[in-house]
Design a protein around this ligand. Structure first.
Ligand code: PMV
Length: 331
């Protein structure tokens, strides 16, 4: 008898140049390349075990230190259909039970699709190593290829296979060597619960925005500038470019048809706090926002004091989740 339960974990990631809009809708081919920093402290875990039926099913995983995920029917269908696809890639047959959980609360508006789809892809690969036929074919899958497979389930998950930096262009992501190998991360949780417009819907709607004209060129240009700013260790310049890119994405949302938005008065307050810190110290965190109201902050290692100070101020009016050792709850 081989192993009966396979398990894999994968981290989340935060994009500094955003993936927004698809060139090819069904397979999550992005309209532009994106760059992300991997968030090692925000992790999803997936366990797969054979069941007695010919069908696959999904269940929340209950384990200390993890919050069971609550998936909608649509969410389950998406997760299971990605598993079906992986089973055919790795030539696995039979019915399985998939269990998953995050080490961060699932109701706090933190996107978990990147980490959970990456963990599912990794876990199915582990099953494939033991049960897939022929074994050599499964063994030959490199990390870059797992990233491509994962992209088909959830676009941003393809960046979660590399750390600390991942660059996703076209089919899949790859690691990229950049300075700032260890950054502190905090996220100000402004809104919890379900978003009115999912990121899948956002990818479609932004194509209707007048501002989508030129988005691909702008994002590409900004990416090149950001890579060079990071390589030059020019933190201020990198911060400005990251700031511009998330506003660019949010402007697409606000000018889509029908228009929508995630920015809330509290998000703006957090962003103003960040600006205040920069104004006062001439230094501060890199701020960015995904398709949601939460504000992500990245700090250099030598900015721990700033992180503690800003984290404490933000904790006064919202929940803050942070890298271990910083102000902000550990997930
Ligand atoms: O992977 P998706 O389809 O959930 O898209 C994620 C899009 C953003 O989080 C808004 C930006 C990004 O690049 O992660």
């Amino acid at each position: 008898m081989g192993v009966e339960v396979w398990r894999a974990e994968a981290p989340s990631n935060i994009a500094l140049i955003k993936y927004m809009g698809k060139a090819e809708a069904r397979s999550n081919q992005p309209a532009n390349a994106s760059l992300s920093y991997t968030l090692d402290h925000l992790v999803s875990v997936v366990e797969i075990s054979p069941n007695a039926s010919p069908f696959d099913e999904w269940r929340p995983l209950r384990e200390e230190g993890f919050s069971p995920i609550e998936l909608s029917d649509k969410g389950k269908e998406r997760f299971l259909s990605h598993f079906q696809f992986l089973k055919s890639e790795f030539q696995i047959s039979g019915g399985f039970t998939i269990r998953s959980a995050n080490n961060f609360p699932s109701d706090c508006g933190l996107a978990s699709s990147a980490s959970s789809f990456a963990a599912l892809t990794r876990c199915a690969y582990n099953v494939g190593l033991d049960l897939g036929r022929p074994k050599e074919v499964v063994e030959a899958f490199a990390l870059e290829e797992l990233s491509i497979l994962s992209r088909k389930g959830s676009g941003s998950s393809c960046r979660s296979f590399f750390r600390p930096w991942a660059l996703w262009r076209g089919e899949g992501a790859d690691g990229v060597q950049l300075p700032f190998q260890r950054l502190h991360h905090q996220v100000a949780i402004i809104e919890d619960g379900k978003k009115e417009v999912s990121s899948s819907e956002a990818h479609k709607r932004v194509l209707t925005s007048e501002l989508f004209n030129g988005r691909t060129t702008r994002a590409e240009h900004r990416l090149q500038q950001l890579l060079s700013a990071l390589n030059d260790q020019d933190w201020k310049r990198a911060t400005d470019l990251v700031w511009a890119d998330f506003w660019d994405m949010h402007a697409l949302f606000e000018t889509s048809s029908p228009a929508f938005g995630y920015m809330s008065p509290k998000s703006l307050q957090v962003l103003n706090f960040v600006r205040e810190v920069w104004r006062e110290l001439g230094d501060g965190p890199m701020a960015t926002m995904d398709a949601g109201a939460n504000v992500h902050l990245l700090y250099r290692q030598d900015q721990s004091q700033i992180a503690k100070r800003l984290g404490a101020a933000l904790s006064e009016f919202c929940q803050v989740i942070g890298s271990p050792g910083l102000i902000g709850e550990r997930p």
